[in-house]
Design a protein. Structure first.
Length: 318
């Protein structure tokens, strides 16, 4: 049976208590093990954005991100609605969420469904994912992932790795989502590597998760580098020598930043906070370890195949 090591299990419990978050549930119906599935990005399928509509969309998005959403929800909604009417697929996607969750307007599943169908007609994966969210039909989830929708790829990755124990396929999905900037996918790969006691690479992927804006990854790293943990207590610090309380404090601050501002990117995280020495293994030893993750990619680690997963790389935001 798979399990989560002490460090991140503790982090998960405390994070849930602090944020009220609930772990995602697995997918209902079983799927076939399609080991031929190849990573695809949503950016490779979507249509170009109309320039004038894009200006309207960006203004609405900036207002939404300004921290004044409560008092400006209707203005944000109207901006998305206007840009969507001009054929802007990102505005359609955000307008769909407004109707689905009642942001700046009344909840209207009919209008949300119509927007999802418009996105599908444009070959945008988020339209299929919205249909999955609304109807819980698994074929929509697969179609969304095939068109590069990172949330769909994350959901399938978690399903295949854990309920189905089809690690190779599940990790393909999680790596693909990570390449598109899905911080939680990077965090889950870190947890997976921790379970197989590849501590060095586990922390590398936790770094990637934090750099991509995932608060839980930052909280896990806060625990890894906590100065109260003994250097040989692998259950907490995964073999890393704590060089200074400053490292733990830095990730504690990142956690609060990301909890309050989900998705905020932290560029150059590896350079700002270099990994200290690990008592369990060197980075070279960690990369030589047998791993189902490595086996899933023909004997190479993902960042050997995808340079965009090298330390300090942040995928472009969709």
């Amino acid at each position: 049976m798979k399990y989560v090591h002490h460090c991140c299990l503790l982090a998960a419990v405390l994070f849930a208590a602090l944020t009220g978050s609930v772990p995602a549930m697995g997918i209902g119906a079983a799927f076939g093990n399609d080991t031929s599935w190849q990573c695809t990005r949503m950016a490779d399928h979507v249509p170009p954005l109309p320039p004038e509509a894009d200006k309207i969309f960006k203004a609405a998005r900036a207002l939404e991100k300004s921290g004044k959403l409560t008092s400006n929800e209707e203005e944000v909604f109207e901006g998305y609605k206007k840009a969507a009417a001009m054929g802007h697929w990102k505005a359609m996607n955000n307008l769909l969420a407004c109707y689905l969750y009642g942001r700046g307007t009344d909840v209207d599943y009919g209008k949300a469904r119509k927007l999802a169908d418009q996105l599908i007609a444009l070959n945008v994966g988020s339209g299929w994912y919205a249909r999955y969210v609304m109807e819980k039909d698994d074929k929509f989830l697969h179609k969304a992932a095939d068109l590069g929708e990172p949330n769909a790829q994350y959901d399938l990755g978690m399903y295949y790795v854990y309920p189905q124990s089809e690690d190779a396929l599940g990790l393909r999905y999680l790596i693909c989502a990570t390449r598109q900037g899905h911080g939680q996918a990077a965090y889950e790969i870190g947890i997976y590597l921790e379970m197989f006691e590849n501590y060095y690479m586990a922390v590398e992927y936790l770094y990637r998760g934090a750099a991509l804006g995932h608060a839980m990854a930052a909280f896990a790293l806060y625990g890894v580098f906590h100065p109260e943990y003994a250097p040989d207590d692998f259950g907490h610090n995964l073999g890393f020598q704590v060089s200074s309380p400053n490292l733990s404090n830095a990730f504690r601050k990142y956690f609060h930043l990301l909890k309050d501002n989900p998705g905020t990117r932290i560029p150059d995280l590896f350079k700002k906070h270099p990994l200290p020495q690990n008592a369990a293994m060197t980075r070279k030893q960690s990369r030589a370890m047998p791993s189902k993750l490595k086996d899933a990619f023909g004997g190479k680690w993902p960042d050997e195949i995808f340079p965009d997963l090298a330390p300090d790389y942040l995928p472009p935001k969709l």
